[in-house]
Design a protein around this ligand. Structure first.
Ligand code: FA5
Length: 367
C-alpha cells in the first residue's frame, strides 16, 4: 500500500529518528512479502520511482520544508533509508549479498586450521595383512570364522574327543548356562583358528589353499608374552599328493618373506591332535643371526608356530559333509601362528600388552 507520506511538524533528532524508523519498517515489511518479478518492480516504483516514489516524496516534502539547521541531519537519515531500500531491492532481485554482509561473513584464512589425525593400521592389523599377503601371493584365499564357536568345531572334529587331556593345553572360556545342550553344541570362545579348517572343508571339496586370520581367547594369565585374547593366522592346504616337503618349503618361503632372506627354518617334533606328524617351526634368531643371545635364550633359534600334516581323523569328520576328503586320495598340511609373536619380533616390541593399551605414543611409532 502506498501510504501517504505525512508532513513533518518537528525536525529535532528524536522526531527525525522516529519518522525515518517508521518508513524503514514499512519498507522492510513490504520487501518481506515480495514474490515474483512484477511485485519486485512494483516495490521499486513504490519506493524509488522518479515521480511518485516515496523517497522522492520524502525529499520533496520533508527536505524542502525543513529549517536550514535540520537539513544535514535529515539528509543523513534520508541517505541511510535509501541505502536500506536499495539493499532490499537488490536482495529481492537475487543480486546476492551486499559487501557489508560479505565482510561480516568473511573467514580469516590466516588462522591455523583444525588438524585432523590420519587413521593408520594398528600393528596387529598390519602384521596380519603382511602374513596374509605372503600366502595370497602363493595362491591362497582368505577366510574367516566365528569367534564364538561350538565345542564340536573347536575341539571334537579337530580330534580332541570329550574328556581328552589334550583339551587342557588350551584352557577354555565357555559360555555359561548351557548344561542342557549336548556337549558338541555348547558354545565357547574359540581357543584357536583351527576350527575354521573344518568349516572351510565342509563348504568346499579339495583342493583347498586358505589362510584364516582371527581373534582367539584362552583362560590364561597375562604376562609379557601371553595374553588371554590374541590373534592367530591359520593355514590349510589340501590337494592330491601334498607332502611334508611342501609344508617345509611353504613355511620356509613364508618366513624368509616375513623376516628376510637370511632367515633359516627348522622343524621340531611336536604334538597337536589334528596333525600327524606334528611339528613346531623354529626360525634362526633374527636378533643375533643364530649365534645365541638373550632373546633366543642363547640357542640361536626361536619357536614360531605349530604345524603338521592333517590327521586322517580330521578328514573323516570333513567327509561327513564332503566325501571327497578321503585320506586315501588326498593329503595336506596345516599351520597356525600367533600374530603378536611375529609382530613383537618384527617390530621389536617387548610387551604384548602394549598392543591393546591404546596408548597413542606407542601406536604412532609404527605409522
Ligand atoms: C595352536 O593354537 C594350533 N591351533 C596351531 C596349529 C594349527 C598347529 C594348525 C598345527 C596345525 P598353539 O597353542 O601352540 O597352537 O598356538 C599357536 C601360536 O599362538 C603360538 O605359537 C603362539 O605364537 C600363539 N599363542 C599361543 N598362546 C598365546 C597367548 N596366550 N598369547 C599370545 N600368543 C599366543
Amino acid at each position: 500500500m502506498n501510504e501517504e507520506i505525512p508532513n513533518l511538524t518537528a525536525f529535532d533528532e528524536a522526531a527525525l529518528d522516529q519518522a525515518f524508523a517508521r518508513l524503514e519498517r514499512q519498507a522492510r515489511e513490504a520487501a518481506a512479502l515480495l514474490s515474483g518479478e512484477q511485485a519486485v518492480e512494483a516495490f521499486r516504483l513504490q519506493w524509488l520511482g522518479r515521480k511518485q516514489g516515496r523517497l522522492n516524496e520524502v525529499s520533496g516534502r520533508w527536505l524542502k520544508t525543513a529549517p536550514a539547521e535540520a537539513r544535514r541531519a535529515l539528509g543523513l537519515r534520508f541517505n541511510a533509508l535509501k541505502a536500506v531500500v536499495e539493499g532490499l531491492l537488490d536482495a529481492a532481485l537475487g543480486s546476492g549479498p551486499t559487501d557489508a554482509a560479505l565482510a561480516r561473513e568473511a573467514i580469516d584464512i590466516t588462522l591455523p586450521g583444525t588438524r585432523r589425525l590420519t587413521g593408520a593400521e594398528h600393528l596387529i592389523t598390519r602384521t596380519t595383512n603382511e602374513i596374509v599377503s605372503v600366502f595370497a601371493a602363493l595362491g591362497y584365499s582368505v577366510g574367516v570364522g566365528p569367534e564364538v564357536e561350538t565345542d564340536y568345531y573347536n575341539f571334537e572334529c579337530m580330534n580332541f574327543p570329550p574328556g581328552h587331556p589334550a583339551r587342557d593345553t588350551q584352557d577354555t572360556l565357555v559360555i555359561a548356562n548351557q548344561e542342557r545342550r549336548p556337549q558338541r553344541d555348547r558354545l565357547l570362545l574359540r581357543t584357536h583358528t583351527s576350527p575354521v579348517q573344518m568349516r572351510t572343508m565342509e563348504m568346499q571339496p579339495p583342493p583347498v589353499r586358505i589362510v584364516i586370520p582371527g581373534r582367539v581367547h584362552r583362560n590364561e594369565a597375562d604376562d609379557a608374552t601371553h595374553s588371554s585374547t590374541f590373534y592367530q593366522v591359520e593355514g590349510l592346504c589340501v590337494d592330491a599328493n601334498i607332502t611334508f616337503s611342501d609344508l617345509k618349503g611353504t613355511l620356509d618361503h613364508a618366513m624368509k618373506a616375513l623376516f628376510g632372506s637370511a632367515v633359516k627354518t627348522r622343524l621340531f617334533p611336536s604334538f597337536f591332535p589334528f596333525t600327524e606328524p606334528s611339528a613346531d617351526l623354529q626360525i634362526s634368531c633374527i636378533f643375533c643371526g643364530g649365534k645365541g643371545c638373550r632373546k633366543c635364550k642363547e640357542s640361536g633359534w626361536i619357536e614360531l608356530l605349530g604345524c603338521g600334516m592333517v590327521d586322517p581323523a580330521v578328514y573323516a569328520f570333513a567327509a561327513e559333509k564332503q566325501p571327497a576328503y578321503d585320506a586315501r586320495k588326498i593329503s595336506g598340511f596345516a599351520f597356525g601362528m600367533g600374530v603378536e609373536r611375529i609382530a613383537m619380533m618384527k617390530y621389536g616390541v617387548s610387551e604384548i600388552g602394549k598392543f591393546y593399551a591404546g596408548d597413542m605414543r606407542f601406536l604412532e611409532q609404527f605409522v
